[in-house]
Design a protein around this ligand. Structure first.
Ligand code: WT7
Length: 649
C-alpha cells in the first residue's frame, strides 16, 4: 500500500470532460437528487418512447425489485449503430486486430457494421429466434462476436456469451440453464498461434442438450469440422443471402439485454441478467467519463467479450458513444511481449484498458518491449479485475505512461454493469492500489462484518456494500430471483452486498482488500472454490477436496487444492496430471489447480465443517498464525498438511 498521490496535470484537467470541481458538484447532485441526474443523462440515449418514471428500486427484503426508466422504450442496437449513421457512417466503428500480426487488421465502419448486424439479425429471425429467446454465443474474438451480440439486441433476443476458454461441459450447462434455442460458434479460435477447436467443443456440449438447439457456425479459419445436416448452419453463407435491412425492435427499458454467467461462493454459476436502457446508459456514461473519451479517439479494452468487461467496454459503452473500438483476437505475449504496444502504435490507441495480471506478466519480460514502440498517442491507462499492486502500478505509470498519463483503477463487478469506484482522469488524484472514489450516483458504505452496522468514520474497514440502486445494476439471477435476493441482499439487509472487503483511508479513498467469500480471483477472473471442488470430487479417485486461493506472482491468486483420494488409490504424479486435465475438461483451463496437495484428511469441526481458514493459512505458507485449532475433530491432520505443504517461500 502506498500513500503517494499523483494529481492530474492542469493541462489534462483543462481539456477533460470532468475536472475536480465538476466531479464534486456532479457527484453531490447525483446523490442528492438521483432522479434529476439520471433523467438528464438518459437524454443521451435515443428513445422510441420517452420514459416518464426514472427510478423505481427497492432493496427491501422480500421485495427486491429494480427498475429504471420502466415505461420508456428503445433499442440498444439502434443506439449503438443507427443513430450514428448520419454523422459518422464512414468512421471506423471496430478495428479488428487478428491473432497473427501478418494478417491485415480490419477497419469496419459504422455503415458496414450496420449492414452486418442487420444481415445477422435476419439470419437469427430465419431460425425462428424471437423476442426474449436466448442465444448462446461461443466465439473467438472476431467481429462476428460483436455482430451476433448486436443482432440479438436488434431483434430483442437475449444473448449469453460464453468465454471460448470454457469446456464443453461448462458450455452445455449454460446452454441448458439459459434454455437457449441457438448456439453461435466458429470452426476454430486462434490464440497465441494455437487453435482451439470450438466447433468440436460445441458438438461435444450439444450431446448434453436438447436436440432442438441449432448451431450457427462462423467459418473463421476454414479448419475442418464435422457437419450435422439440419442442425449446423453456415452463418456467413446465410448472411450473404439475408436482407441487409432488419427493423430494430422497440424494447422496453427493462427487457433483458443479456445474461452472463459468473461464479459464486456456492453452487452452479449464476446467470447475471442485465437490462436494456439502464445498462446501456451506465456503460456509455462510464466509458465517456472514466476514460475521458473524446470524439475521434481510438479506444482499446484488451478483455475478451466472454467477460463483462468486454460487453461494457469493447461493445456497448464505446459503440453507444460512437467511438472506434479495438477488438484483439490474440494474447499479450504473441509473437512476443511487445504485441500490446505494437498494436497501440499501429492503431494510434488513445485509451488503453487492461488487467493487472497482464501488466505483471509483461513487467517480468522487461521494459525494452515497451520502449521500442511509439506510444505517444496514449492519453489514459486503465486497469480492472483485481487490486493492482503498487509495483505493477508504478511500472504501468512509468514505463507505459512515461509518468504523464493518468491511470484509472476501476473497481466493479459482473453484477454492476459498469465501474462503481474509479478515478476520473482529469479530476481525481490517484494513489497506487486504490480505486479512489465512487462514480456518479454510487453510494458505497463500509459495514462491520459482524454487526452489519455502517461505519461512519472516514477511516474504516469492513465489508463493502452499496446503499442505493444505479442504472447498470443487475436485475435478477436468470430463472432464480430468490437466489438474487439471497446472494446480494440478505447478509446485510437493505444494502447491495458486493462480496468484497474494503478499507477507507483518511482522505476517503477506497482500497479493495479482496473477496470475503469463497470466491477467488485468478488473473482477474472470478472462480468459485466450490465449483473447482465439485469438479474434483466428480473424479472417481477423489473422495474429498477443498480449494482455496494463495498469493500468486502473476495471477494475483493461484488455485490450491487439497485432495483426499479414495481408499485403495495411491496418490501419484500421474494422478496429479490426470486431475489437472480433469478440471480443465470439466470447467476450462482457467480453473486448473496450480498446486494439488494430497491430504490424508481435512481439518474439520466436530460438526463436519471444513475449516477453510486453516487451509488458507497453510496454502499461504503462513502456518505460524493458525489461530485456534481446538475445535477440530482431529487436530493431528493439520500437522500432516503443514509438513507436506506445496507452497514454500
Ligand atoms: C471482482 C469482480 C468487473 C470486471 C472484472 C472482474 C475484483 C475487480 C477490481 C479493482 C480490486 C477488483 C473484486 C470484484 N475486482 N476490479 N479495480 N480493484 N478488485 O469481474 O469477475 O465480476 O469480479 O473482481 O473482488 O468483486 P468479476
Amino acid at each position: 500500500m502506498s500513500d503517494t498521490t499523483y494529481a492530474p496535470s492542469p493541462e489534462f484537467a483543462k481539456s477533460a470532460h470532468i475536472d475536480a470541481d465538476a466531479y464534486d458538484r456532479m457527484y453531490a447532485a447525483s446523490i442528492e437528487d438521483p432522479d434529476t441526474f439520471w433523467k438528464e443523462h438518459a437524454q443521451n440515449l435515443d428513445w422510441i418512447q420517452p420514459f416518464t418514471k426514472v427510478r423505481n428500486a427497492s432493496f427491501k427484503p422480500g421485495n427486491i425489485d429494480i427498475r429504471w426508466f420502466e415505461d420508456g422504450q428503445l433499442n440498444v442496437a439502434a443506439n449503438c449503430i443507427d443513430r450514428h449513421l448520419a454523422t459518422r457512417g464512414e468512421q471506423t466503428a471496430i478495428i479488428w486486430e487478428p491473432d497473427d500480426p501478418e494478417t491485415p487488421a480490419l477497419h469496419i465502419t459504422y455503415n458496414q457494421l450496420n449492414e452486418k448486424v442487420n444481415r445477422f439479425a435476419n439470419v437469427l429471425l430465419s431460425q425462428g429466434i424471437m423476442r426474449g429467446d436466448r442465444v448462446v454465443i461461443y466465439l473467438p474474438m472476431i467481429p462476428e462476436a460483436a455482430y451476433a451480440m448486436l443482432a440479438c439486441a436488434r431483434i430483442g433476443a437475449v444473448h449469453s456469451v460464453v468465454f471460448a476458454g470454457f469446456s464443453p461441459d461448462a458450455l452445455a450447462n449454460r446452454i441448458n440453464n439459459s434454455g437457449a434455442k441457438v448456439v453461435i460458434t466458429a470452426d476454430e479460435a486462434p490464440r497465441g498461434g494455437r487453435k482451439t477447436a470450438l466447433k468440436s467443443n460445441t458438438d461435444a456440449a450439444l450431446l448434453h442438450c436438447s436436440d432442438k438447439v441449432r448451431c450457427l457456425v462462423v467459418k473463421h479459419t476454414g479448419g475442418q469440422t464435422t457437419w450435422i445436416e439440419g442442425r449446423d448452419i453456415d452463418v456467413k453463407a446465410q448472411m450473404e443471402h439475408a436482407s441487409p435491412d432488419c427493423p430494430a425492435r422497440p424494447m422496453n427499458a427493462e427487457d433483458p439485454l443479456f445474461i452472463l454467467y459468473t461464479s459464486g461462493s456456492t453452487g452452479q454459476p449464476k446467470g447475471v441478467v442485465h437490462s436494456s436502457a439502464g445498462y446501456l446508459l451506465y456503460a456509455g456514461l462510464t466509458h465517456k467519463y472514466v476514460f475521458d473519451y473524446h470524439e475521434g479517439d481510438v479506444f482499446w479494452c484488451t478483455a475478451d467479450v466472454g467477460w463483462v468487461t468486454g460487453h461494457s467496454y469493447i461493445v456497448y459503452g464505446p459503440l453507444a458513444n460512437g467511438a472506434t473500438t479495438v477488438m484483439f483476437e490474440g494474447v499479450p505475449t504473441y509473437p512476443d511481449a511487445s504485441r500490446f504496444w505494437q498494436v497501440c502504435e499501429k492503431h494510434k490507441v488513445n485509451q488503453f484498458y487492461t488487467a493487472p495480471t497482464a501488466i505483471r506478466a509483461l513487467m517480468g519480460q522487461g521494459k525494452e518491449f515497451v520502449e521500442k514502440c511509439d506510444l505517444s498517442d496514449l492519453k489514459v491507462l486503465g486497469t480492472v479485475g483485481e487490486p493492482i499492486n503498487p509495483e505493477a502500478w508504478n511500472w504501468y505509470n512509468d514505463v507505459v505512461g512515461k509518468g504523464t498519463r493518468p491511470i484509472v483503477d476501476t473497481w466493479w463487478q459482473t453484477e454492476t454493469g459498469g465501474h462503481l469506484m474509479t478515478p476520473l482522469p482529469g479530476a481525481t488524484p490517484t494513489k497506487p492500489g486504490s480505486c479512489t472514489r465512487p462514480f456518479f450516483g454510487i453510494e458505497p458504505v463500509i459495514l462491520d462484518p459482524q454487526t452489519g452496522e455502517e461505519q461512519t468514520e472516514t477511516e474504516a474497514s469492513g465489508v463493502l456494500c452499496i446503499k442505493s440502486s444505479w442504472p447498470g445494476q443487475m436485475r435478477t439471477v436468470f430463472g432464480d430471483h430468490e437466489r438474487f435476493e439471497k446472494t446480494y441482499f440478505s447478509d446485510y439487509k437493505g444494502y447491495y452486498f458486493t462480496g468484497d472487503g474494503c478499507r477507507r483511508d483518511k482522505d476517503g479513498y477506497y482500497w479493495i482488500t479482496g473477496r470475503v467469500d469463497d470466491v477467488i480471483n485468478v488473473s482477474g477472473h472470478r472462480m468459485g472454490t466450490a465449483e473447482v471442488e465439485s469438479a474434483l470430487v466428480a473424479h472417481s479417485d477423489v473422495a474429498e477436496a477443498a480449494v482455496v486461493g494463495y498469493p500468486h506472482e502473476i495471477k494475483g491468486q493461484g488455485i490450491y487444492a487439497y485432495v483426499t483420494v479414495m481408499n485403495g488409490v495411491e496418490p501419484s504424479e500421474e494422478l496429479r496430471k490426470e486431475l489437472e486435465k480433469w478440471v480443465r475438461t470439466e470447467i476450462g483451463p482457467i480453473a486448473k489447480p496450480d498446486l494439488i496437495q494430497w491430504a490424508p484428511g481435512l481439518p474439520k469441526t466436530r460438526s463436519g465443517k471444513i475449516m477453510r481458514r486453516i487451509l488458507r493459512k497453510i496454502a499461504e505458507d503462513d502456518f505460524g498464525a493458525l489461530g485456534d485449532t481446538s475445535t477440530l475433530a482431529d487436530p493431528s491432520v493439520v500437522d500432516d498438511l503443514i509438513e507436506n505443504r506445496m507452497n514454500r517461500k
